[in-house]
Structures are given as structure tokens and as C-alpha cells.
Design a protein. Structure first.
Length: 265
């Protein structure tokens, strides 16, 4: 199984989701964490890197999994968990009471194209008692605030990454950083699980590599064109070729994979 790809990417968004921008601090933390993740060889090591380096923004638990979105029973509801740090007692209650059918975060993975906070407007109907019950009881176990990133594997499997804690910093810059880190982390978890190593079949041209490096620096398409002395359309064309050669569909994943392969730094 190959690394995951995000279900959405913004045309002018750099590394962050559309409508947000990554700060220099968030960008530096992203690079530092991506390089650390790349050196992990076990799920435990990957888990520890995420929890240790993201503690400063309030992350206390992480969940990386592929899952099947269910509308009703019977259904093969249990996700394939690559990394999960939720309390065991909560997990037992969750499956015993079929909370996966009512979990707003799970529903959001199936319905949304970009990362979302568990408190975002419209995630669930205000008069939905089941959704309120799931989130309320999760909070009793320290799973009070979360940011969930919907993803798809290249095989088309639904996947999700959640960063959770009592109180999270979910500023636009942090959301952008978590989008990049979450995409990369699940890709690494899949590689670890399958014992695969990556190789780039078709090398990038020098200009394609340059455009990817500027994207890693958080530049928009227009800014990349200015830096390279070409039009915005030319920058878009280079990045489209980069995504094709790397087998990715989003800018965030192209940057993450470029860092993993040592194409950019």
C-alpha cells in the first residue's frame, strides 16, 4: 500500500488548507517533525514523535486509521488502526455502544474534503442527541477537542488522522501544519505496516524541483512564478508535473514526499 493522499488541495494555499496560512514557526515545526517522522521504523516511534513534538499545541492523543463509513448495522465498523492512543476504557465503550454510527468526526471524514475541528459549525445538527452524547462522553476521557483530517489512500480507502487533547491551539497556521504532518504521518504508518520503501521512478527536472522547494517554503503559485521568473500558469504547470511524477494529488503530500525522498530540504 502506498502513502496516503489528501482529498483536497487549495490552488493558492501553499502548505496550508485553503483560506489559511502557515506561520514561520509552524513551517519550521513541520519540517522538523517531517524529518523526525521519516526516521521512524515502528508505530511506537512514530507515535512518540507526534506526541512529543506536538505537545506544545495541546496534542495529547493521536489516531491514525483507515475505516469504513457506516450508515447502519450490520457493518464492518472497526477501523484498521495504525496508531491509537485513546484510553482503552473509552474504546471498549465506543464499540460496545456502536458509537461509530453517531460519531461526528467519523461522519465528517466521509463528508468533508479538508481538516476540521470537532467544534466547527455544521459538523453535526444541534438537535442530534447521539452526536452530542459521543462528544460529551469522549470529553470525560480527555478527548475534549480534536482536529480530524480526512484522507484517501491511493487505493481509494477512506482514512483519517485525529489530533486530540483537552485544549488545542487550532489557529489557521496550526491547522495548516497539522494537515501536512497528518498526511505525512499516515503515509509513514502505511509504509511501516507494509514494510515498503519508496523510490522515484521518474526524476524531477531542476525547474520542477525548484518549484517544489518554493512550495515547501509556503509560497503561492503566483509567488513561485515571480521567484522563478515565469508566469503563475507556468508555476502551476511545473507543480502539476511534480504531483504526477510523485504519484500525489495534493500540494501538501507532494511536499511531504519530496522531503521524504530528499528531493528538497
Amino acid at each position: 500500500m502506498r502513502p496516503v493522499v489528501s482529498a483536497a488541495s487549495g490552488r493558492r494555499s501553499g502548505l496550508a488548507p485553503e483560506g489559511s496560512a502557515m506561520s514561520v514557526k509552524s513551517l519550521d515545526l513541520s519540517r522538523e517533525l517531517l524529518h523526525a517522522i521519516n526516521r521512524t521504523a515502528t508505530p511506537e516511534a512514530l507515535r512518540d514523535q507526534l506526541l512529543t513534538r506536538l505537545a506544545g499545541i495541546g496534542v495529547e492523543h493521536v489516531l491514525l486509521a483507515t475505516l469504513r463509513i457506516c450508515d447502519a448495522l450490520p457493518c464492518d465498523r472497526r477501523p484498521t488502526v495504525f496508531i491509537g492512543t485513546y484510553p482503552d476504557e473509552w474504546a471498549r465503550r465506543y464499540y460496545a455502544r456502536n458509537y461509530i454510527l453517531h460519531d461526528p468526526a467519523v461522519r465528517g471524514i466521509g463528508e468533508r474534503a479538508s481538516g476540521f475541528s470537532w467544534s466547527d459549525p455544521g459538523l453535526y445538527a444541534p438537535d442530534d442527541p447521539n452526536a452530542r452524547r459521543v462528544l460529551g462522553e469522549a470529553g470525560e476521557f480527555g478527548l475534549r477537542e480534536g482536529f480530524t483530517l480526512p484522507l484517501l489512500t491511493l487505493e481509494g480507502d477512506t482514512a483519517g488522522v485525529s489530533f486530540v487533547g483537552e485544549r488545542l491551539d487550532l489557529s489557521p497556521a496550526v491547522r495548516g501544519m497539522l494537515t501536512l504532518v497528518g498526511t505525512y504521518a499516515l503515509g509513514q504508518a502505511l509504509l511501516i505496516a507494509n514494510g515498503q520503501a519508496e523510490a522515484l521512478a521518474e526524476p524531477l527536472s531542476p525547474r520542477e524541483r525548484e518549484s517544489l522547494q518554493w512550495a515547501a517554503d509556503g509560497k503561492s503559485d503566483w509567488e513561485i512564478g515571480e521567484a522563478m521568473g515565469i508566469s503563475e500558469h507556468g508555476a502551476i504547470r511545473h507543480l502539476r508535473a511534480v504531483r504526477r511524477k510523485l504519484g500525489t494529488t495534493s500540494r501538501a503530500h507532494a511536499v511531504a514526499l519530496g522531503l521524504r525522498l530528499g528531493i528538497i530540504s
